[in-house]
Structures are given as structure tokens and as C-alpha cells.
Design a protein around this ligand. Structure first.
Ligand code: ACO
Length: 327
């Protein structure tokens, strides 16, 4: 059976730029703190009434279809990784499929927080490998501004909005998605979550008054887990595939904090100029970070390049994927 290859990338980032300077006028923070503690300088925010995650994801998929030249009707499956679905149900993936004219595709969402894109990519690659499907789209998209408390300096400086999508097809050779190591530690839920709006604590006047519909994060606890686990799993996938730092053309880390990225770079020994970093311009777009990097660096990627993708997020979830770029 052929392995799955990524055969195109599309993306969309909203125009509105929220700078550190602007945030310092909203909460008690400053550019120096945000830059040195996180590496973030600015992030994009989706403005406009009734525009949800699917608005950005639709634009990303439209660009992907245009770039790859494949017919919308030929797509068999679309998986959307998101923690900010347009609605509790139906799946945001369904709205994207409808907007993009994917008439013959089935679709669903995956929620694995910041690791969601990797979890979805792994799932989709197995759909191809099994022979069940030949054209699968994976979207990573989040409108984090919709669950941000812009009075809470601990969280509101970290996140931004964005979407990106990849097309998966069967590979004609050995270039494609080679290996994945994915993990979940459910006990980590308590350190990073959204308290209200689910079945455990449905929305009420009280939940709104108490700001319970926003991201709750114990930053230090998440940081200490992220810094170790993302680095270790990236190193593990390299070791399992007999890859040394010199064999890796690109490390593609989740963009949550420059210090977490640096820890992964250090443990894997990959040179800094071989690491995709755009956290300074987008912040943490949750499911958008890794495909947004692939989209920005696409013109530099060469067939046969070895890429290590790595992420850590709420859940806790974390993982790493090894792939050979296929075009
Ligand atoms: N501006 C100024 N000061 C601030 C700000 C801010 N924006 N935010 C916090 N501070 C203050 C704190 O109040 C604290 O002050 P105190 O010492 O007087 O109490 C001080 O800065 C230090 O705070 P820490 O939380 O210790 O700062 P830290 O260096 O840990 O950085 C951060 C905080 C950036 C949140 C970091 O912990 C982090 O990156 N955590 C991991 C985030 C992550 O990876 N999330 C997972 C992915 S997200 C997902 O899955 C949806």
C-alpha cells in the first residue's frame, strides 16, 4: 500500500493585526515582557460579526483547491482540527465542506487542542494508507480570539486567529508521512481548559458573569510539561527513524512559546536556521500553527526534505510526525 503524501498547502490569516503595543493599552502588560517571555510581537484577529473559524478555514481550503487544481467534487474526506468550532454541533468540517463545494466528502472535527493538527494528519494518513481514500483534506483552524478574556493578561497576549489546510494523496514513491508518535495524558485537563459551555457546565448568566467561557490556563504547569514532552517526542521520532540532526532539513514546531521551541531545538540538535518560526507574527493559533508554517515555508521546501513536526497542547496532548516532503 502507498503511504500518504502532502501534495499542497493553503492558508488564511485575517488582516487585522493586534500588536503588543495595542495589548499594553488594554491590560497591564508591555512589549518587553511579551517578547522576552514568549517571542510574540503581534497576532492576527478575525473581525466581523458572525464570522467563525469556518470563515478562515473555507478561505484556506479554497486556496488549496485552486493551488493544487483538484476538483472539489473529487475530495473524499475533510477533517478539521479545532477547539473553536463555529457551533457545538454540527462539525465545523461540515460547514467548510459545504462552503467549498465538497459534495462527495464526509467530514468531521478532531479536538486535541494544540496537537489537533498532528492527530488529524495521522488519522488522515492512515485513511490513505489503508487504501480507503485517495484525496483527503486536513484543516487546522482556530479563532482563539472568540475564547480569549481580553482582561486577563496571563492568556490574552498568547493567542491569535488563523487557518491552514493540506491535501493528502497516495504517494507514488517513498516520500510522504513516514511515522508518528502521539500521546495523551488526560489528567492534564485541569491545567488548560474552557470551564463552561459544555454539558458539564452549560452556559448560564452566572457562567458569563464569571468569565468561564474563556481559556483557563495555569501557564507554569503547562509550560513545564510542554518544554519536556514536545522536545522528547521529537527526539524519539528521530531516533526511531535513525535520523540525526544533520539529516533534518526542517523542524516544524507548534508555536506556543519561543522558549518551548528552543527546548525542542536544543534536544534534537537541529540548527536554528532549520526551525520554522513565525510565532512573532501570529502568536499561538492553536491548530493553525503547524500548517501555517508549512504554508509560509512551502517555497523553500524541496522534494525529499526530512521534516519533523512536533506539538504540545491542552489535554494534555503531544506528539511528533516524521515526513519526507513530496514535491
Ligand atoms: N504581561 C506582564 N506580566 C505578566 C503577563 C503579561 N502579559 N502575564 C503574566 N505576567 C506576570 C505574572 O502575573 C507573574 O507575575 P508575579 O510573579 O508577580 O505573579 C509573572 O509575570 C510571571 O508569570 P509566569 O506565569 O511565571 O510567567 P512564565 O514565564 O511562566 O510565562 C507563559 C507565562 C508565557 C504563559 C508560559 O508559562 C507559557 O508559555 N506556558 C505554556 C503555554 C502553552 O504552551 N500552552 C499550550 C498550548 S495552548 C493550547 O493547547 C490551547
Amino acid at each position: 500500500m502507498p503511504i500518504a503524501k502532502i501534495s499542497g498547502v493553503g492558508a488564511y490569516a485575517p488582516d487585522f493585526i493586534l500588536t503588543n503595543q495595542m495589548l499594553s493599552e488594554m491590560v497591564d502588560t508591555n512589549d518587553e515582557w511579551i517578547s522576552t517571555r514568549t517571542g510574540i510581537k503581534e497576532r492576527r484577529i478575525l473581525k466581523g460579526k458572525n464570522k467563525g473559524t469556518s470563515f478562515m478555514a473555507t478561505k484556506a481550503v479554497d486556496e488549496l483547491l485552486k493551488k493544487t487544481g483538484i476538483a472539489a467534487e473529487s475530495v473524499e474526506l475533510l477533517i478539521c482540527a479545532t477547539v473553536t468550532p463555529d457551533m457545538q454541533f454540527p462539525a465545523t468540517a461540515n460547514l467548510i465542506s459545504d462552503n467549498c463545494g465538497l459534495k462527495n466528502a464526509f467530514s468531521y472535527d478532531i479536538n486535541a487542542a494544540c496537537s489537533g493538527f498532528l492527530f488529524a494528519l495521522h488519522t488522515a494518513s492512515k485513511m490513505i494508507e489503508s487504501g480507503a481514500h485517495k484525496k483527503v483534506i486536513v484543516v487546522g483552524a482556530d479563532k482563539m480570539s472568540s475564547i480569549m478574556d481580553y482582561t486577563d493578561r496571563n492568556t490574552c497576549v498568547l493567542f491569535g486567529d488563523g487557518a491552514a489546510a493540506v491535501l493528502l494523496e497516495p504517494s507514488e514513491d517513498s516520500d510522504g508521512i513516514k511515522d508518528a508518535i502521539l500521546h495523551t495524558d488526560g489528567s492534564g485537563w485541569r491545567y488548560l481548559h474552557q470551564k463552561a459551555g459544555g454539558s458539564q457546565m452549560p452556559a448560564s448568566h452566572e457562567t458569563v458573569d464569571q468569565h468561564l467561557h474563556y481559556v483557563y490556563q495555569e501557564g507554569k504547569k503547562v509550560f513545564s510539561n510542554a518544554v519536556v514532552n514536545m522536545a522528547e517526542v521529537a527526539a524519539e521520532v528521530m531516533e526511531r527513524n535513525h535520523l540525526a540532526a544533520k539529516d533534518i532539513q526542517w523542524l516544524v514546531p507548534h508555536q506556543a512559546n519561543m522558549r518551548i521551541i528552543e527546548a525542542a531545538r536544543e534536544l534534537t540538535g537541529i540548527a536554528i536556521e532549520r526551525v520554522m518560526v513565525n510565532i512573532d507574527r501570529y502568536g499561538n493559533t492553536t491548530n493553525g500553527t503547524i500548517p501555517l508554517c508549512l504554508w509560509e515555508w512551502e517555497h523553500k521546501l524541496k522534494k525529499g526534505d526530512n521534516l519533523i513536526l512536533a506539538a504540545f497542547g491542552g489535554g494534555f496532548t503531544w506528539g511528533s510526525i516524521y515526513l519526507k516532503w513530496a514535491y
